[in-house]
Design a protein around this ligand. Structure first.
Ligand SMILES: *Cc1c(COP(=O)(O)O)cnc(C)c1O
Length: 352
């Protein structure tokens, strides 16, 4: 059943004040946002309203117990001015997995999809043609109920905000392989896009920054041998001519980029194996030259090559090879996302 989403119009867009040639990631937001409240045991009628600050009690549970989760996705404008989403059903399903794990009420699929497409349609002017341009979409949900008793809230707010984005260049990325800190554990919330997962990463990341490294490669919490993720991205290794990435589990985020790259790599004739690469294996392969590439995969940067890694006191370089699989995959995937290449998997969704 389609919902009637109400739209509260703004008087004047602030788009003319925005310098689209100079857009730091995630700092500029569009004119509107999507908002839906949960109370009395049900999600209320969703609405689109002007982007605005929200007011919450200082005791609101999100501030104390971290009941908060989010999604990250993008809308693109092709050369014929059509607007596309990339596999939005995956984000819709995933936020419900995150909500469920955090004892938050699942969000109806039709509210999510209609809210998203209505909002993107309204904000079309913010999506520019051209390589790397997109509208970054951030659906998220928080516990709004007042009161500091440690129990799941009875009131929540689901929102979607939009931020115009340029190609995301993280610069040269070198990483520290974690041998002490962990991002997630068996039975924990690692598979969910829980806000708290990020909070727990910031301190080890700061320690890496102090050493001149940009990210942390996370290993399993019990042995610190199996490589799981790179920062807030899934991670791939190319050893000789085969790509490896860890299997998803309750410790690993099931990235849309990761799963798309597995399918695309196979289509492009690359060998892909879903299995753990261990730290010892990685070091051995770096030493004997069979380690050709490391890259992170996620919506914001699509693919981010990793040019070196440090483990304990040793540093290893992994410069981009000629014939980089990472760069070829990135080009092909962004061409599919922006309707420049055929979409054999049916991943693109036209926004009408
Ligand atoms: C969001 C996220 C990813 C990447 O997921 P995509 O769907 O590809 O954007 C990977 N790892 C973590 C921890 C994440 O939060």
């Amino acid at each position: 059943m389609p919902t009637k989403i109400t739209i509260q119009k703004i008087e004047k867009s602030h788009i003319s004040e925005v310098d689209f040639n100079n857009l730091p990631f995630g700092e500029v937001f569009t004119d509107y946002m999507f908002e839906c409240d949960y109370k009395n045991g049900a999600w209320q009628v969703p609405k689109i309203v002007p982007y605005h600050n929200i007011s919450l009690a200082p005791s609101a549970k999100v501030f104390h117990y971290g009941q908060a989760c989010f999604e990250g996705m993008k809308a693109y404008r092709d050369n014929q001015d059509k607007i596309w989403l990339f596999r939005p059903d995956e984000n819709q399903k995933r936020i419900n997995k995150s909500l469920k794990r955090l004892a938050m009420p699942e969000f109806p699929a039709n509210y999510f999809m209609e809210g998203l497409t209505t909002l993107v349609n309204l904000e079309k002017d913010w999506i520019k043609q051209g390589e790397g341009n997109s509208l970054y979409l951030r659906p998220f949900a928080i516990a709004t109920e007042a009161g500091v008793s440690a129990s799941p809230a009875n009131e929540y707010k689901f929102m979607i905000i939009c931020s115009p984005a340029k190609a995301y260049f993280s610069g040269e990325v070198r990483v520290r392989i974690a041998d002490k800190y962990s991002r997630s554990a068996n039975g924990g919330t690692g598979f969910a896009k829980a806000a708290g997962n990020y909070a727990g990463q910031f301190y080890p990341q700061e320690l890496a920054h102090k050493e001149g490294l940009q990210q942390v490669i996370w290993t399993d919490a019990s042995t610190h041998q199996n490589i799981e993720e790179a920062g807030a991205m899934n991670v791939f290794f190319r050893i000789n001519d085969t790509l490896y990435t860890a299997p998803t589990s309750d410790r690993i985020l099931d990235g849309v980029t990761r799963k798309s790259l597995i399918d695309l790599a196979k289509l492009m004739g690359y060998k892909v194996e879903v299995r753990y690469v261990t730290v010892n294996e990685l070091i051995a392969c770096a030493k004997d030259g069979s380690l050709k590439e490391i890259f992170g995969a996620g919506t914001a940067a699509v693919i981010s090559p990793v040019l070196g890694f440090s483990y304990k006191d040793e540093a290893y370089e992994t410069p981009l090879p000629d014939n980089s699989y990472a760069l070829k995959l990135k080009k092909h995937l962004t061409d599919i996302q922006t309707n420049k290449a055929e979409d054999p998997f049916g991943w693109r969704v036209l926004v009408e």
